[in-house]
Design a protein around this ligand. Structure first.
Ligand SMILES: Nc1nc2c(ncn2[C@@H]2O[C@H](COP(=O)(O)OP(=O)(O)OP(=O)(O)O)[C@@H](O)[C@H]2O)c(=O)[nH]1
Length: 309
């Protein structure tokens, strides 16, 4: 039975010398039972995680209780190849391991049995599932046209940043921006060109922002950037750099050649704000001022000015 079970089975003594070595172990290690008999496990397999495994073995001998290790804790104990090409993209066999103390007739524990289970099928499907879940998570946060965060996720981030500000009082700034006369772009050049314009602008938004900033698509042609640990004055540099870059970009799309501009509104986080929606109101109001004042502009507003109105 020891030889026919579909698992690796070996018995070692207190010096980790191999006493039993079944067919599974022979097949996957390439060493016959005769070759390894009475040899020290770590001499036969110099690549084993020695200190980890020695600690485990010692504990089982000492406590006289079984121990179990899963592939999630350590993908494998023995570096065997994966012979299940249908389910596995990994080169090695994932393994669970059980160690069982063996009582001798005198009641002493002088040997232990190590069982290695090939769990590559389960591990690979769980890993694939985790990959798919991760992809879904990214997709659920991402705006399909631009690759920026979508409104739902972006607003969650804004809410978190607002709560962080309430705790730490470290100023961040919210910038809302909008493409000027975008309806005319669609009307004059078509929706496809409009989409391309949004994509190019989004590229610049992301390029001008820092890694820590959070840029999202708030609506059709309206965007938001949460500039972390940044005050309104510093945000003005970001906005003006972005505004100029876009104004200078010559769009050459589907035989049309044209320029576009954006308008921007800045509002710093403020202790008087009750929630993140008031922060959006502040930046939106500043954006409206830019539109009213002729577009292709950045305006900044303090929340205290807004609430006085
Ligand atoms: N091509 C394209 N157009 C969009 C998308 N989302 C929104 N729009 C269009 O964007 C236009 C927005 O128009 P308005 O809100 O009137 O604003 P505007 O023309 O940019 O004018 P101002 O903002 O006042 O400068 C509408 O025509 C929408 O159909 C999109 O994903 N792709």
């Amino acid at each position: 039975m020891v030889h026919t079970i579909d698992a690796g089975l070996m018995v070692i003594d207190k010096q980790a010398r191999i006493q039993v070595w079944n067919s599974f172990m022979e097949n996957h290690s390439g060493f016959s039972a005769q070759q390894v008999s009475n040899k020290q496990l770590f001499d036969v397999f110099p690549d084993l995680a020695r200190s980890w495994l020695e600690r485990k073995i010692e504990t089982v001998f000492k406590l006289r209780t079984p121990s179990f290790t899963t592939w999630e804790q350590r993908p494998f104990v023995f570096e065997f190849g994966n012979y299940r090409p249908l389910t596995g993209k990994s080169a090695h066999m994932y393994q669970n391991m059980t160690m069982i103390p063996l009582n001798s007739v005198s009641g002493d524990v002088d040997h232990l049995c190590i069982i290695i289970y090939d769990v590559s099928d389960v591990a690979n499907s769980q890993l694939q599932l985790a990959d798919v879940n991760q992809e879904l998570k990214v997709l659920s946060r991402t705006d399909r046209l631009t690759g920026l965060f979508n409104r739902g996720y972006w607003e969650e981030q804004l809410s978190s940043e607002f709560n962080r500000f309430k705790r730490t009082q470290k100023t961040s700034t919210l910038v809302m921006f909008d493409i000027d006369h975008f309806k005319a772009v669609n009307d004059n050049y078509g929706h496809h060109v409009g989409d391309e314009v949004i994509k190019v602008c989004s590229f610049y938004f992301q390029q001008c922002a820092r890694n820590t900033d959070v840029v999202g698509r708030y609506g059709g042609e309206e965007f938001g950037a949460i500039l972390i640990d940044t005050d309104a004055q510093q945000a003005m540099f970001f906005c003006e750099r972005l505004r100029k870059k876009i104004a200078e970009h010559r769009f050459e799309l589907q035989g049309f050649s044209f320029n576009i501009t954006i308008s921007l509104g800045i509002c710093e986080s403020d202790p008087g704000m009750l929630d993140h929606t008031q922060w959006i109101q502040g930046s939106d109001k500043a954006l409206y001022t830019s539109k009213e004042s002729g577009r292709n502009l950045t305006s900044s507003i303090r929340f205290s000015e807004l609430s006085l109105e």
